[in-house]
Design a protein around this ligand. Structure first.
Ligand code: P6P
Length: 318
């Protein structure tokens, strides 16, 4: 098998950029170790503080963020960290040209029930500022802490999957991934149906209508409530993930964050041949207005995403 180190050494990228990805992989392996024993060590509870999103932080949110920050401080090629758990960007003096944006523990509300959660990260050129479009990402990926710990990476042109081995190294288990262009599986929180816009209602209604409806096939629905878990399923077997604008999220711009959730996931999925959109715009084209900006996220199998875009094209933007 090919280790992550060997695979990185073979990639046609700046070795310093490869070292940033290796740093996030090492941090993810350490987080995996902490999560595995958290119920025993009693770390699954609340941290007793809220983050910039106004969300109650789990102890493991704070611990995971600290693990990432500690590893980043030890890589001289990283000079800026943007994190969901930190109000402001952390600037590390006299360090190199890379910026890491991360959600150190996405889906942490699932920790108490032992459901897959993850670490999502995006790598940018720090010399070009904090607010760059996703298309400027130099690398992106996520770790999914599930029955196995998967590490999914892209430098923008292909997507690879690694699995954490017993010795703490990552082994290449899938290279040059491709998202199935067609699928009959969609992921959306259907409890929000009353809040959806006409495009989302139209798309989902077609799916629910099944074989005899406009979609012409029976669909299935999966919603884990953990973006990393849902996106990993879509990467591995096709499907579409939707967290669209709705009447509650419109005022905030959406539910999920652009810099460290939407952009890295969009790069991973597009590098595997999928599509990513807000419904009306390609996610990777958006120029951020703030480090914690929220956006609608619709991504996955190209044919399914195109169906959603066709619905939005029929409905004038507000
Ligand atoms: P809802 C987890 O809190 C998260 O940020 C994503 O991982 C997940 O896809 C989404 O929120 C779930 O949102 O509204 O279904 O709880």
């Amino acid at each position: 098998m090919t280790t992550l180190s060997d695979w990185l050494a073979a990639q046609p990228v700046d070795p310093k950029l490869a070292s940033v990805v290796a740093t996030m992989a090492t941090a993810s392996a350490e987080i995996a170790d902490v999560l595995r024993l958290a119920p025993i060590s009693g770390q699954t509870g609340l941290a007793g503080q809220t983050n910039v999103q106004g969300e109650a932080q789990k102890a493991l949110d704070v611990i995971s963020n600290d693990i990432v920050l500690n590893h980043i401080r030890r890589n001289p090629d990283i000079s800026i960290l943007v994190s969901e758990e930190l109000d402001e960007a952390v600037h590390i003096e006299n360090q190199g040209r890379f910026l890491v944006a991360t959600d150190p523990l996405d889906g942490s509300s699932n920790l108490d029930v032992n459901v897959t959660v993850g670490t999502i990260f995006s790598v940018l050129d720090a010399t070009k500022g904090l607010l760059q479009p996703g298309s400027a990402q130099l690398a992106a990926g996520y770790a999914a802490y599930g029955p196995a710990t998967s590490l999914v990476l892209t430098f923008g042109t292909s997507t690879a999957v690694f699995t954490l081995d017993a010795d703490g190294t990552f082994q290449l288990t899938l290279d040059n991934m491709s998202v199935a262009p067609a699928s009959a599986e969609y992921a959306i929180n259907t409890a929000r149906e009353r809040l959806w816009d006409a495009a989302t209602r139209g798309y989902v209604a077609e799916n629910v209508a099944g074989e005899t409806g406009p979609a012409g096939k029976r669909h299935n629905m999966r919603w884990v409530g953990s973006m990393v878990a849902d996106i990993h399923r879509i990467l591995m077997r096709g499907g579409i993930f939707l967290y669209p604008l709705d009447s509650e999220t419109t005022s905030k711009g959406g539910r999920l964050r652009l810099l460290y959730e939407a952009n890295p996931m969009a790069l991973v999925v597009e590098a595997a041949g999928g599509r990513s959109t807000t419904g009306r715009e390609r996610i990777l084209d958006l120029v951020p207005t703030g480090i914690h900006q929220r956006v609608p996220v619709i991504l996955g199998s190209a044919e399914e995403v195109a169906r959603v875009e066709a619905w939005y094209a029929k409905i004038p933007a507000n």
